[in-house]
Design a protein around this ligand. Structure first.
Ligand SMILES: [Zn+2]
Length: 258
């Protein structure tokens, strides 16, 4: 039977809409798979077929349509169950499995833990897997940034970033909901003009994004800046560098106007 590397949870990045990431997380041995944040059905279904995956689950980090619109068609095509926060009962089409803090989800032998991280929306959750380790965190933490506060408060975003996601192992790979990294680091470099790690990361990201496909659907892994890591975000994300709720609120307000 397989060695350790076979047991690692694999992640396929599927570009959707204009800058969204839909992910396929799968077990290399059993081909059991979950789709995370299905903005669109077709691009995910194509990759599921090409990779020969057996899709058992659809995970949604929050209810926004650019993270859920593909759910019904994918469920219809595959029979997969739809998992999201319990507060989405009656709101999220086709929801079958209601989740709360500490609940577990499964992809073949891989167990994921649900973290409640309300701030961008109040129903927002993350899926954390020890096998990686890796986390799917939707629109809460971005590479070099964080989501807008549509429903929650700066206090809640501070809690989500510093007390939840920020306490995951440093080497945790972070799979977020959008390819916003270049703009986020452009902003970060204005807020922290003397931070060498931010300016170096911005230069590296600009290099990665140079010559990116005109249509995001055609993007290749070479032009994707995701995943990032918790360690990298601790060093260069202005919202993790903000030491207090008040400072996070100030930086978030500046970014909203940027
Ligand atoms: Zn959102």
């Amino acid at each position: 039977m397989g060695n350790l590397s076979d047991m690692t949870l694999q992640v396929e990045r599927v570009p959707t809409l204009s800058d969204n990431y839909t992910y396929l997380a799968y077990c290399d041995q059993s081909k059991a798979a979950a789709v995370i944040d299905a903005a669109e059905a077709d691009p995910a279904l194509v990759r599921i077929s090409e990779l020969g995956l057996n899709l058992t689950s659809i995970f949604s980090t929050h209810h926004h349509l650019d993270h859920t619109a593909g759910n019904p068609d994918i469920a219809k095509a595959t029979g997969a169950l739809i998992y999201a926060h319990a507060d989405n009962r009656g709101r999220l089409p086709g929801l079958t499995n209601e989740l709360r803090e500490g609940d577990t989800v499964q992809i073949g032998p891989h167990i994921g833990r649900v973290l409640e991280i309300p701030a961008h929306t109040m129903d927002h959750i993350a899926f954390y897997f020890d096998d990686g380790p890796l986390v799917f965190c939707g629109d809460t933490m971005f590479a070099g940034g964080c989501g807008r506060l549509f429903e929650g408060t700066p206090e809640l975003m501070f809690e989500a970033l510093h007390k939840k996601l920020g306490t995951l192992p440093a080497d945790t790979r972070v799979y977020c909901g959008h390819e916003y990294t270049e703009a986020n680091l452009g902003f970060a470099s204005e807020i922290f003009p003397d931070n060498l790690e931010i300016s170096e990361r911005l230069a590296a990201v600009q290099e990665t994004r140079k010559g990116a496909a005109a249509d995001w659907h055609d993007a290749t892994p070479a032009e994707m800046t995701i995943p990032t890591t918790i360690e990298q975000e601790q060093k260069t994300n202005p919202f993790l560098l903000a030491p207090t709720v008040e400072e996070l609120a100030r930086v978030r307000a500046l970014k909203d106007e940027w």
